[in-house]
Unconditional design. Structure first.
Length: 126
């Protein structure tokens, strides 16, 4: 009888902690969506100009399967990362929670690609 009560306690504890982990994951994803809201009104060209004025030539990167630098070919990613440095856009992910997160993540990738092209064009003119 005692073992039955322990088993029931273990099962309910597992369900409780599983629920907590799902709730925490959901909150984290909502947080990622909020971190990306700024991208809707951002101007990659203006932001790149401001970065250049500060002598900040880091390229924008996004979280995916690995950290990716949009606008840089796969074979040049490591070289660009080492030469320019990177600034990863917070909230990006390859684990998208819903359509809104997917939409904002896509905008972040497009933003980073335009931003990086501007920085790379500027650096190639020097």
């Amino acid at each position: 009888m005692k073992n039955k009560h322990i088993l029931i306690l273990v099962i309910f504890s597992g369900i409780f902690f599983l629920g907590l982990s799902f709730a925490a994951a959901n909150e984290l994803q909502k947080d990622n969506i909020e971190k990306l809201r700024w991208i809707e009104s951002a101007s990659p060209e203006n932001d790149a100009k401001k970065a250049i004025e500060r002598n900040d030539f880091r390229l924008k990167a996004v979280y995916g399967y690995s950290i990716e630098i949009p606008g840089v070919s796969p074979e040049d990613q490591a070289k660009a990362r080492n030469f320019y440095g990177i600034d990863v856009i917070s909230g990006t992910s390859d684990s998208l929670v819903d359509k809104e997160h997917a939409r904002l993540n896509k905008l972040a990738i497009e933003y980073a690609e335009k931003y990086n092209h501007y920085i790379l064009r500027y650096k190639n003119m020097e």
